[in-house]
Each structure stands twice: as structure tokens, then as C-alpha cells.
Design a protein around this ligand. Sequence first.
Ligand code: PLP
Length: 262
Amino acid sequence: MATSNQPPIALTIAGSDSGGGAGIQADLKTFHAHHVHGLSVIAAITSQNTRGVTAVHPVPLAHIRNQIQAVFDDFPIAAVKTGMLGNAKTVRLVARELRRRKPAWLVVDPVMISTSGSRLLDEDAVEAVINELIPLADIVTPNLPEAESLLGRPLRTARQLEAAGEALLALGAASVLLKGGHARGDKVVDRYFDDRGVIEIRHTRLPREGHGTGCTLASAIAAELALGHTPRQAIRRASAYVHRALKDGYRPGGGAVYVLRH
Ligand code: PLP
């Protein structure tokens, strides 16, 4: 039983990054930095370092289901974040479990391809993400290539981006944070769409390639929701957290990418 001096609890259902910069490892560091107790269900295991991903191993469905059961059976989970799920069967299983267990908050990061270019979600799983997972989400956090894949059309002009918000909301999530990091320009513009309209969050673009920024943003949002903030507060606070963590980032390996300092 949680008591009042205990931290809120958040769960990540995602992939492991052996290099410690992204995935489950980034999520748990982010939860910890927010004074939130982190639980993890590992859906896939990647072999990777700062140079890239060398292998992806999906965790068998029965073991994913067991992990989900173990954590929901014992902890008062305030918020859930999903990240790399790997394939359609895993997406469907996770969606089924979340429909049944109805966490108070769900943040869906529709992870598809790593910055280094490796596929982290099978192409034929995108449909399951659209049909089964996104409709459950309080906040879905696609970057531009992911949003293009979800909508099946390019997003280049400002008009296309504005229309994308409506179209992504129409997939059934309560709100959408469309991350603008992949666009050009000296400002990164993230757009948050909900039933009250759109908010733009701008940051000066840092002259460095970050690794694990998307994972960290989604788990920081989940942490802020677990702490009691509203979605609009949570996305602003989480965005500021990621910006600062990347500014203070460092290069732990031989690759060019920076990991975040939590
Ligand atoms: N590895 C795992 C397990 C991930 O979940 C992700 C992103 O979500 C990545 C790698 C890729 O991270 P990035 O594109 O920031 O390098």
C-alpha cells in the first residue's frame, strides 16, 4: 500500500538499450530524476552503443504478459509510458493489457526508427499502433517521420503541420505532441494539440545530435502526470527537462551522439 511519504509510481513498457542512453534505461533515469518510482516491462532487447543498433531481440509475448501482470498486481501505478514495442503482436498484447487495466494516464511514444537508422518497429506493426494503441493514449508523442508514417503523407509546410494535428487527434488520442526536432531551422518547434487548441513550445536548436531524447521526453511527461500535473503542464515541464538534459549532455562512447545528463 502506498503511503503519503512515498513517491508516485510510473511504468515504462519499452525496449532495452544496452548503451544506457535511450529506451528503458533512459526512462528509469528520468523517473528517478523526477522522484518517481519507476517500474519497467521490457518488450524488446536491443544490442546497441553510441554508434548504432547491432541487433534487436523481441521478448516472447508470455514474458511480456507476465511482467505486466507482476507490476499491476502489486503497485498503484499512476502513469504508464510505452516506447519501443518492436512488432505487431507485442503492440496488440500491450494494448489489450492496457485496455483491461486502464491506467489513469497513458503516454504513447510511437517509436519506429532510431536516429541511427535502425527499425525499432516492424513496418506491418504501424497499423496496430494506429488502431489499438493510439486510441488509448492521453498523449501521443510522434516525431515528424513517425507522424508522416502514421498519417501516410509528408509533413513539410506549416499548413501541412497544422492540419496534421487535427488528423492525428482523429486517430483517437486525447492529445498529440508533434515533435519538430527533425524539421530545419535554428528553433525546434514542438506543437501540442488537444481539445482546447494548439500550444507551441520553442527551444533554440542545440548544435548536437541527442540520443534518447524522445524516450526521455515521453517518460518525463509520464513522471509529471504521475506527480499530479495536468497534460499541458506536463508537456511544458518535460520539454524544459529534455532541453536542459541535452544541453548538459555528454558523449560516453566513440559515436558522435550525446546522451542526456539526468
Ligand atoms: N533504442 C531504444 C530501445 C529506443 O526505445 C529508442 C527510441 O525510442 C532508440 C534506441 C533510439 O533512440 P534515438 O533515436 O534517440 O537514438
